[in-house]
Design a protein around this ligand. Structure first.
Ligand code: DX5
Ligand code: ZN
Length: 218
């Protein structure tokens, strides 16, 4: 069985029809929800009340990516709201170990995200506390940006660290993932692929997921 998972980002969906948009992608493994607070990133999207509603209507578990300045305060609330996975940015977290434990304690998978210029090596000892590492392949804040090839070596190094620790963590990438870039990322060792514009900008979003998955299955 393939370990490839596709997590379409609703950032590129129609926010006035979110329930329909999440139901339009039955081939998705997760629904990626980008929470932005206009402090950690220069953009503002949605927050806890929308996640609490989406949890009830989404056919797939929610993969919440918190691009917020105070994840220590807010991330556990997303887990308690019923998100399947909650990812905080290490650049913003004050106490990442305590935070990962409280996310897990509330019943969600704990993810830690790295901006493109943040190295993974200082955080190697945290891997046992985590279920997923998210390596950003664009600067966080907006959908539809160009994939940053310069991050590929970090994806490879992160895969090596994960394998050294037993290989149970997932390695997610987010930003500029498309039919043109997904194979490079899979080859570098990613196994969970976030795609916003490549899915919701397509004529048939579900068919786009099927195609991306085929391309990532090496
Ligand atoms: C960007 C977000 C992404 C975004 C990706 O900060 O974290 O999840 O939706 O969009 P695309 O796939 O269009 O680059
Ligand atoms: Zn995201």
């Amino acid at each position: 069985m393939s370990s490839v998972q596709i997590s379409p980002s609703i950032l590129s969906a129609d926010f006035s029809r979110l329930a329909d948009e999440v139901n339009a992608v039955p081939s998705a493994d997760w629904i990626h929800v980008d929470v932005m607070d206009n402090h950690f990133v220069p953009n503002l999207t949605l927050g806890l009340p929308v996640v609490e509603s989406l949890v009830k209507t989404s056919p797939r578990p929610l993969d919440c990516h918190l691009m917020i300045a105070d994840p220590d305060r807010w991330a556990p609330d997303y887990a308690e709201a019923g998100a399947g996975s909650v990812t905080f940015h290490v650049e913003a977290a004050h106490a990442p170990i305590r935070l990962a434990r409280s996310i897990r304690g509330a019943g969600a998978r704990a993810g830690m995200a790295l901006k493109p210029a943040t190295p993974i090596e200082p955080y190697e000892d945290l891997l046992p506390e985590l279920d997923m590492i998210l390596v950003m392949t664009v600067e966080p804040g907006f959908g539809g940006q160009r994939f940053l090839d310069v991050v590929l070596p970090k994806i490879r190094r992160t895969r090596q660290l994960i394998d050294r620790h037993g290989g149970s963590l997932w390695l997610q990438i987010d930003g500029g993932v498309s039919a043109e870039t997904i194979e490079r990322c899979a080859e570098a060792g990613a196994d969970v692929f976030v795609a916003g514009s490549a899915v919701y900008g397509a004529q048939d979003p579900d068919a786009a997921i099927v195609k991306l998955r085929q391309q990532a299955e090496l």
